[in-house]
Design a binder for this molecule. Structure first.
Ligand code: NAI
Ligand code: MG
Length: 359
């Protein structure tokens, strides 16, 4: 059966990297007879300029119809003065919440060819392959009540509510365990259950979920220790599962272990495994229009889409192998280029991946 893929190029380097990712997607579509139907829509600043809102109803309708969404990145300084509700990022956040994309997958995988780019010593990160599973639609980022209030004594007080229901914890737990099954079968759940009641419940539910996955090992770690362990001995982890805020922080720290933001893909999944796939980086206005952006994070996001939504692991693996092949050839965009490497443009990198796919 044909699958619908919605392409949202976004702003600044978004369309540049997306052109390369679409080339790769179309190539695997024909190589693996995937029967994909590609459609395009506007999101973010591009949508704001064209329609007055960052998430037009037409885009939302197409997104609901799609099996998977591939997004470039949105935003840029030209929209800084737009009021909060209509800013480009609101389009992205709106899409995540409308589609209930609660499961955010952020792999931190270090290509050995790029080991020198890591912030850690090569021996600590060589072969690093961890997957952070972050709850994306709950926790303190969304809890009510929230705000800034003025107390009787005139002092102002800011407050947010940290809340997770059992069902929210359970569904992110099941996602993490089922992903661990496809990997090294180890889940580390990160909480702060020595201080926060929310995460006492979190830990309890994770234990419960673990019973359904006897082949997967569950361990627990406090978030402060997890932060320390991530930079001390990151290879001890396989899958890390955690809430929205801890996941936000830990996934950015883990990203830096791999060196370049231009290499990191991500997925955000709903309960049926449909999802939105995008690079971890933003729209990089500082390098837009120069043809130098690294398209590999977006190309690797296509691989994640094939693995997690379209259930085509062999096509996903082919893309990942092609990326590795291109790095072996010494081809590098500016952001990952070191002495002795061959510097290539955005589209030359895309073409090199196509050639490697073919061979
Ligand atoms: P950024 O990730 O766009 O850029 C940070 C630095 O990394 C820049 O120096 C940029 O040139 C470089 N960089 C990023 N992606 C690259 C790539 N593929 N190849 C080579 N170099 C790359 O983050 P920044 O500058 O904080 O944000 C720029 C805009 O992007 C803002 O409007 C921000 O709101 C938006 N943004 C959007 C996101 C999204 O759509 N998911 C995520 C993060 C930021
Ligand atoms: Mg972040």
């Amino acid at each position: 059966m044909s699958k619908k893929i919605l392409i949202l190029p976004g702003d600044h380097i978004g369309p540049e990297i997306m052109a390369e990712a679409v080339k790769v997607l179309e190539r695997v579509d024909s190589l693996y007879s995937l029967d994909l139907q590609l459609d395009h829509a506007l999101l973010g600043g591009a949508a704001l300029d064209a329609t007055g809102v960052p998430l037009p109803p037409e885009t939302l309708a197409k997104a609901r119809e799609a099996d998977a969404i591939l997004l470039g990145a949105v935003g840029g300084p030209e929209w800084d003065k737009v009021e909060a509700a209509r800013r480009p990022e609101k389009g992205l956040l709106g899409l995540r919440s409308e589609l209930e994309l609660f499961g955010n997958l952020r792999p931190a995988l270090l290509y050995p060819q790029l080991a020198a780019a890591s912030s850690l010593k090569p021996e600590l990160v060589a072969g690093l392959d961890i997957l952070i599973v972050r709850e994306l639609t709950g926790g303190i980022y969304f809890g009510e009540p929230r705000g800034i209030r003025t107390l009787e004594n005139g002092e102002r007080q800011g407050y947010n509510t940290y809340v997770y229901s059992e069902s929210e914890i359970r569904r992110i737990g099941h996602l993490a365990f089922s992903l661990a099954r496809q990997r090294d079968k180890r889940v580390c759940s990160v909480d702060k259950s020595n201080v926060l009641e929310v995460t006492v419940l979190w830990r309890e539910i994770m234990e419960e979920v673990a019973k359904d996955y006897p082949d997967v090992t569950l361990s627990h770690m406090y978030v402060d220790n997890a932060a320390m362990q991530l930079v001390r001995a990151p290879k001890q982890f396989d899958v890390l599962v955690t809430g929205n805020m801890f996941g936000d922080i830990l996934s950015d720290a883990a990203a830096m272990l791999t060196g370049s933001i231009g290499m990191l893909p991500s997925a955000s999944l709903d309960k049926d495994g449909r999802g939105m796939y995008e690079p971890c980086h933003g729209s990089a206005p500082d390098i837009a229009g120069q043809g130098i952006a690294n398209p590999l994070a977006t190309i690797l996001s296509v691989a994640m889409m094939l693995r997690y939504t379209l259930d085509k692991p062999e096509a996903a693996a082919a893309i990942e192998a092609a990326v590795s092949d291109v790095l072996d050839q010494g081809l590098r965009t500016a952001d990952i280029c070191a002495e002795g490497d061959t510097r290539v443009s955005t589209s030359e990198m895309g073409d090199a991946v196509l050639r490697a796919l073919q061979s």
